[in-house]
Design a protein around this ligand. Structure first.
Ligand code: KMH
Ligand code: ZN
Length: 300
């Protein structure tokens, strides 16, 4: 079996600062979290930027460049940047960092979906910042739009800057979308897919659903794909452990889940990475270094 690529999704654009004091916000915090996650076993980091003063997700290419340059100066982790951005951002905002940082990987959301996290609003009694509650409530009415034209544009723009798409798949039909772009000749080498399960609006995080996605990807793409799995919220460790057992790669991090165990906040991304690394090691899977991840993701 291949070595396991652990991706650490450092801060994302779902959780709000009021949910956890450990959510990294400033470029310095994001850089330190990414470097520590790499030390703990992550071969890849998936990055979003946030306004350093308020923690609000932003597509600022300047902030993303500061983050990426800071990480690159300290370690050789594979860098993946978001193009999902945050719900409600324009395509311009979502794509602005691609030419600015020329990362090895960038997320490419493989279809439209309701990506809702408005129930967070009910749990926060005293929000730290004014933007937080309207931001999460907005996801009840605004879909996460990723049209065919949009996906094609994202693939093309990434290609122009030497960035490989990491397809985020929340629903099975999105695999047909990817297969369409493979057939059209727009994708080179193995297609890299991140199954993201447990989002409200997407497939629930069950082993049945993971197998369904994996088997469908095999039918549509043959052996021409590498896959990883992430789980939103409390299901993170159950579904990522299942992915490891099935021979896949895995993503954890404060973007997806704030808890190290039921009711206990994770103090860092590195803590989450160490936990999944221990699980993988117990299951006799070896952990990929950044260079081994590059070999798996880019060399076929
Ligand atoms: N922020 C979410 C709407 C990505 O990075 O591409 C989607 C997301 C996926 O975070
Ligand atoms: Zn993301």
């Amino acid at each position: 079996m291949n070595k396991v690529i652990i991706t650490a999704a450092i801060t994302g654009a779902v959780h709000i600062p009021s949910m956890s004091e450990y959510l990294p916000i400033t470029p310095e915090q994001i850089i330190n979290e990414a470097v520590a996650a790499n030390k703990a076993g992550a071969a890849v980091v998936h990055l979003h930027a946030r306004d350093p003063k308020t923690g609000q997700p932003t597509g600022s290419p300047e902030l993303m460049k500061e983050i990426v340059d800071g990480i690159r100066s300290k370690c050789d982790v594979v860098i993946g940047v978001t193009t999902g951005g945050a719900i409600g951002m324009t395509s311009e905002e979502r794509l602005a960092a691609i030419p600015a940082v020329k990362a090895e990987l960038a997320s490419c959301n493989a279809g439209s979906v309701n990506f809702c996290f408005s129930p967070i609003a009910d749990k926060i009694k005293n929000p730290k910042f004014d933007w937080e509650i309207p931001f999460v409530k907005n996801t009840y009415t605004v879909p996460f739009a990723n049209t065919f034209q949009g996906i094609e544009d994202y693939i093309r723009i990434m290609g122009e800057h030497g960035t490989k798409p990491e397809f985020e798949v929340y629903e099975v039909g999105m695999l047909s979308n990817i297969a369409y772009f493979v057939k059209k000749g727009l994708l080179k080498g193995p297609v890299y897919i991140q199954f993201v399960l447990g989002v409200m609006g997407g497939l629930p995080a069950t082993v049945d659903n993971l197998l369904f996605l994996y088997n469908t990807a095999k039918k549509l793409l043959g052996d021409n794909f590498v896959w990883s799995c992430a789980g939103a919220g409390k299901d993170e460790f159950d579904i990522t452990t299942a992915a490891i057992i099935l021979g896949g790669n895995t993503r954890v991090g404060l973007e997806d889940n704030l808890y190290i165990s039921r009711g206990v906040l994770a103090k860092s991304n590195a803590e989450l990475v160490s936990k999944i690394k221990d699980i993988a090691t117990t299951l006799d899977r070896k952990i990929a270094t950044p260079d081994e991840a590059r070999e798996i993701l880019f060399s076929k």
